[in-house]
Design a protein around this ligand. Structure first.
Ligand code: FAD
Length: 354
């Protein structure tokens, strides 16, 4: 059994950002991660993935990612960056430790893990959403004899030659995967609405700035309307696909048959593979015993602090845990504030005990 002031669950970019600020405190802490190496979700992203923010804008606190303001890093560059970050700051990450369940026992948390019991006064959940892919519920999906994939399972275009492939989803994943698969076979792009592409000169740093302005305006109670721009960033592969004119989209179909997808008006397309690029929900199954996960898969928080369970914080899951907190550059701000809150919380607790 090991005992700490703070245990961070998850050693991806959010867990490491927490480590950066925790190491400046006097608190004892550890980061538990179920992977074999640093990199978090990036370890499982497809080979050709390009970040939507340039390197300079894809950095955790303290260490700029090299590459400057015109280079969109690859998945492997992001993984190498996280590895070096962990080493540079000598962060205490324990691998491979899977946290199965978190229990509250009096004033402590008991974490049941693949390496036995860990105990702490505070838990920070930073498990991301990669382990909880979301696939919408289409009628007949269970009788479809072709292959259903989620973007989290997509690796490269290798297996798609001469297959009829439908790609569902209008975000960056959908656009980047479509751009790649359309080079080797015919594709059909199914989107809920007409996809919107950002102007070529606008990238993730702009989105982060807009999120920051919205955050500042809300804090001051001032109105701020974020710019109404689309959300697909024009990385090179997407520009290339645009030149090949493959970005024609069609609204969602109604149901699956054994070998097709069928629209409400009866139109039918024979399909071999459907790739759902439809996002993720927070991966919070390890917190189920605390009874604080809502039906939408999120938790009630004030900033990153759980409003249901004292001593629990959630970091990096998206705007509901802090603006742009699911990005490399945005999570630093959430992590800093979270550590400040934890230090105050534990100081008050210690005072009231003495
Ligand atoms: P993760 O990276 O998922 O890390 C969580 C870690 O916790 C993982 O190692 C996981 O295995 C571990 N874990 C989970 N459950 C447990 C458990 N029970 N016990 C122990 N360990 C556990 N982000 C950017 O910042 N910039 C970009 O430009 C960018 N571009 C993107 C482009 C595309 C096309 C896509 C799809 C995503 C992009 N992202 C980008 C988003 C980014 O990949 C994620 O938001 C990010 O990985 C989330 O980090 P995290 O640390 O919160 O979670």
């Amino acid at each position: 059994m090991e005992k700490y002031d703070v245990i961070v669950i998850g050693g991806g970019q959010s867990g490491l950002a927490m480590g950066y600020y925790l190491r400046r405190s006097a608190l004892s802490y550890v980061i538990l991660d179920n992977q074999t190496e640093a990199g978090g979700a990036w370890l499982h992203a497809w080979k050709s993935l390009r970040l939507f923010s340039p390197a300079q804008w894809s950095s955790l606190p303290g260490m700029i990612m090299t590459g400057g303001s015109d280079y969109y890093p690859t998945r492997d560059v992001a993984i190498e960056y996280l590895k070096s970050y962990e080493t540079k700051y000598n962060l205490p990450v324990k691998r491979q430790v899977e946290v199965f369940n978190v229990l509250k026992v009096d004033d402590e948390f008991h974490l049941q893990t693949s390496q036995g019991l860990f105990i702490s006064k505070v838990v920070v959940s930073a498990t991301g959403s990669f382990n909880n892919p979301f696939v919408p519920d289409f009628k007949g999906i269970e009788i479809f004899k072709g292959q259903i994939l989620h973007s989290s399972q997509y690796d490269s275009d290798g297996q798609f030659e001469n297959k009829r492939v439908a790609i569902v989803g209008e975000g960056n994943s959908g656009a980047q995967i479509l751009a790649e698969v359309s080079k080797v076979t015919g594709t059909l792009w199914v989107t809920q609405k007409e996809p919107r592409f950002l102007p070529d000169h606008i990238d993730g740093r702009f989105l982060f700035d807009a999120a920051s302005q919205l955050y500042a305006a809300q804090k001051e109670g001032k109105p701020f309307k974020p710019p109404s721009l689309g959300d697909i960033v024009m990385v090179d592969s997407v520009k290339d696909a645009r030149a090949r004119k493959v970005f024609k989209s069609i609204r969602p179909f109604d149901h699956f048959t054994e070998d097709s997808i069928v629209w409400a008006d009866g139109h039918e397309e024979k399909i071999d593979i459907v790739i759902f690029c439809t996002g993720f929900k927070p991966g919070l199954s390890h917190l189920k015993s605390l009874n604080m996960v809502n039906e939408d898969g999120k938790a009630d928080t004030s900033g990153t602090k759980s409003t249901k369970v004292e001593g629990l914080w959630l970091v990096g899951y998206g705007n509901w845990t802090g603006f742009a907190s699911a990005t490399l550059i945005g999570v630093g701000r959430s992590a800093k504030k979270t550590v400040e809150e934890i230090v105050d919380y534990l100081a008050i607790k210690t005072k009231s005990v003495n």
